[in-house]
Ligand binder design. Structure first.
Ligand code: FAD
Ligand code: MLT
Ligand code: ZN
Length: 462
């Protein structure tokens, strides 16, 4: 170790695993944004809470910035290390620590993958209901840090609803055990909730107590083809009115084309401009009849042009792949991602405004729309043409995002629904949060991280 700071780190935390090879710096220094050049100082892979604490204490002594790192599937640059930071990867802390059948909780280390949590919950006859396409590689710690949403928020809410307790190491190096799985706890400020969605800027999540729930009733998955954008929210109201929805997702013909080119199965003979994937409880004849009634009503009204309902688990998965495969299918175009939300009642007006705005703003770029429309959350991905330079492309997209942020502000919406602010959306934080709120955020940051060593420059300017 030629860097004296790293030599001191290894002396202070003798069993710490440390990586400094160029390939590792590159691998751990980036997330799915691929916009920044990785340049971390080193990668620390602690194995215990005490080691995490010792690393944070070391970072405070040397004034070294620390980037908490999970699966690096983040889409806002939160886990990027491009300025000589120490990446603190939780990947070795990936174990299930406890299952409690009475509390219906699972205690896990923060580096465990979301999918491993799903599998363990299922082994106990229960479910952890937060779910989305990155399940195999994202970590629970990252999900908590971003308050991840996903495809079942409409029924179960965001990650925030499922965290019964947290153990965190704060930026000051204190270990806090927050809430300890209490269902009721009116004893003052709830720091657990403050940590959720704080993007690794206040504390490092090292362990979490997750709430589990009963498995859903049997479900059916339906793909609906829509003739226009305007009818989308009417179809949603119709299906939500008649059925217990587990998901209501949407995407456009552009998204479908990319997913099909990526190996997905063509769902319908004809092409349509808009599609919905909806999953709903369907465990008896009455609910099946309600689903058919919703479908037929939408057809009669001209809101739905075609559709297919899953007849098997395999077919349900094929339909889901059309929606879940979009991120990977467009990744090669280095998409500029917008992840916006408005309250559901504001969605029709916002959709109309956003569509007009983006149609004008991006005559030369392909725009792929999809998202969790039943939650009021739209993903608007702008694809980079191969012959446009990265910097020029991002600069153009930023100009449009400014306008989008203004439109969101007018509708009381958010510039980040579920991916977090990170680096990507930092310039627009003020469109969603007031000056007073941002000033309070800075104050909170100083309390938990007085030397500003945790993820500096993410969410707030350093
Ligand atoms: P990372 O990318 O490693 O980190 C994300 C942020 O959390 C960073 O700021 C990092 O510093 C911080 N962090 C990580 N671990 C910790 C920790 N232990 N303590 C404190 N801070 C920490 N997101 C959704 O919300 N909904 C979706 O539907 C969705 N679908 C996706 C589909 C695909 C194919 C992909 C690639 C991504 C998707 N995402 C989605 C985004 C991403 O998966 C989530 O944001 C996820 O929660 C990130 O987890 P991670 O472990 O990869 O975190
Ligand atoms: C999704 O809903 O598929 C994710 O949030 C990923 C993305 O926005 O690309
Ligand atoms: Zn999403």
């Amino acid at each position: 170790m030629t860097d004296p700071r790293l030599a001191d780190l290894l002396q202070s935390v003798p069993d710490l695993r440390l990586k400094t090879d160029a390939a590792d710096l590159e691998h751990y220094g980036r997330d799915w944004t691929r916009r920044w050049t990785p340049a971390p100082l080193a990668i620390a892979l602690p194995g215990t809470v005490a080691e995490v604490q010792a690393v944070v204490q070391w970072a405070n002594r040397h004034g070294v910035a620390v980037v908490p790192s999970g699966g690096r599937t983040g889409l806002s640059g939160g886990a990027v290390a491009a300025n000589g930071e120490l990446v603190l990867s939780l990947e070795r802390m990936n174990k299930v620590l406890d299952f409690d059948a009475v509390d219906r909780t699972l205690t896990v280390q923060a580096g465990i993958a979301l999918e491993a949590v799903h599998n363990t919950a299922r082994e106990h006859g229960l479910v952890y209901p937060v779910d989305f396409g990155a399940r195999g590689s994202c970590s629970i710690g990252g999900n908590i840090a971003t308050n991840a949403g996903g495809i079942r928020v409409i029924r179960y809410g965001n990650t925030r609803e499922w965290i019964a307790g947290l153990t965190v190491v704060t930026g000051a190096g204190e270990v806090l055990e927050l809430n300890r799985a209490l269902v009721k706890n009116s004893s003052g400020y709830d720091f657990r909730q403050l940590m959720i969605g704080s993007e690794g800027t206040l504390g490092i999540v090292v362990e979490a107590i997750l709430r589990l729930t009963d498995p859903p009733p049997p479900t059916n998955v339906m793909l609906l083809a829509l003739p226009s954008f305007e009818v989308l929210m009417r179809v949603f109201a119709e299906f939500r009115g008649r059925l217990r929805l587990e998901a209501f997702e949407f995407f456009t013909d552009h998204a479908l084309r990319h997913v099909l080119a990526h190996g997905a199965h063509k769902p319908l003979d004809q092409e349509y401009p808009y599609y919905v994937v909806t999953e709903f409880a369907s465990d008896d004849e009455a609910t099946e009849a309600a689903a058919m009634a919703a479908f037929e009503h939408c057809m009669e009204q001209g809101w739905v042009a075609d559709g297919v309902i899953s007849q098997s688990e395999a077919q349900a998965q094929q339909i889901w792949r059309l929606r879940e495969g979009i991120t990977e299918a467009v990744a090669r175009y280095k998409p500029y991602k917008n992840d916006v939300s408005v309250r559901i009642s504001a969605m029709p007006a916002f959709l109309a405004q956003a569509q007009a705005l983006l149609g004008q703003a991006y005559p030369h770029f392909e725009v792929v729309w999809f998202g969790h429309i039943g939650d009021g959350n739209l993903h608007i991905n702008v694809l980079k043409p191969d012959d446009t330079a990265d910097a020029e492309f991002v600069a153009q997209c930023e100009q449009v995002t400014k306008l989008l942020a203004q439109a969101l502000q007018a509708h009381g919406g958010s510039i980040s629904a579920e991916h977090g602010i990170g680096l990507v959306k930092k310039p627009y934080l003020g469109s969603t949060r007031s000056d007073a709120e941002v000033a309070l955020m800075r104050g909170v940051k100083r309390v938990f991280d007085p030397n500003g060593i945790l993820n500096p420059g993410k969410l707030l300017d350093a």
